[in-house]
Design a protein around this ligand. Structure first.
Ligand code: ZN
Ligand code: ZN
Length: 225
């Protein structure tokens, strides 16, 4: 099984139409994909509405779980909770927050605001996330991302170590912007192992955690048509 809850289309800064991204994910053997285009107060409603149309069509015609999501990006930390709530009202099933990666000037306080928000599902590339933030994520069941994305991935080892120390749930996401970024099962394993996640934990991180997240949002996995 192969899951990816953080991908982009040309509705933000990715290369592909949502439909082509979904089609290529199916071709790669994905079990489910979430499309989480960058958004802020300006674009969020439009982006979620447009992604949802292709996700609905794909579910109807191919029975494939493509999930409308959003990645709240560089927004003021104080706005994360209200924007995450509105994203869900607009139809986003998953809210990802663009965390404090070490390669961008993400506003300090973003990681903290994300793990404290009940409408946030995944804190993406959280950089030098603190033990306290990881503990809150663990208590609240917010997933910490191990990322395949260059630059953001510099701190994967730090994130994985703290997550394992404090019992926080992790998922591996690609942060796909181009078709070549999409995962294979083998590459997902390599990224997880490279982050220091032991072989014995791979099934949890790559399969059980994604299935728990899907179950929380009411998505069931069936055979593709
Ligand atoms: Zn991001
Ligand atoms: Zn992203």
């Amino acid at each position: 099984m192969l899951f990816d809850f953080h991908t982009h289309t040309f509705l933000s800064d990715g290369d592909l139409l949502p439909m082509e991204l979904i089609r290529r994910a199916i071709h790669n053997g994905y079990t489910a994909i979430a499309i989480a285009d960058h958004a802020s107060a300006s674009t969020m409603e439009r982006v979620v509405r447009e992604i949802s149309k292709d996700c609905e069509l794909v579910a109807q015609e191919w029975g494939f779980p493509a999930i409308p999501a959003v990645e709240l990006t560089h927004v003021p930390p104080s706005s994360i909770a209200p924007l995450a709530r509105r994203a869900k009202e607009f139809g986003a099933k998953i809210v990802v927050v663009h965390g404090e990666t070490v390669v961008e000037p993400v506003p300090p306080g973003t990681n903290r605001a994300a793990v404290e928000c009940k409408d946030v599902d995944i804190l993406a590339h959280p950089g030098l996330v603190t033990p306290e933030e990881v503990k809150i994520a663990a208590e609240r069941g917010i997933y910490l991302e191990i990322t395949c994305r260059k630059g953001h991935s510099l701190t994967n080892g730090h994130v994985a170590k703290l997550a394992m120390d404090h019992g926080a749930w992790m998922v591996v996401n690609t942060d796909t912007h181009s078709p070549g970024d999409l995962l294979t099962e083998e590459f997902a394993r390599i990224v997880a192992l490279g982050a220091g996640i032991p072989e014995s934990e791979l099934e949890t991180v790559l399969v059980q955690n994604p299935l728990r997240l899907l179950s929380k949002i009411g998505v069931s996995i069936g055979p593709a048509k």
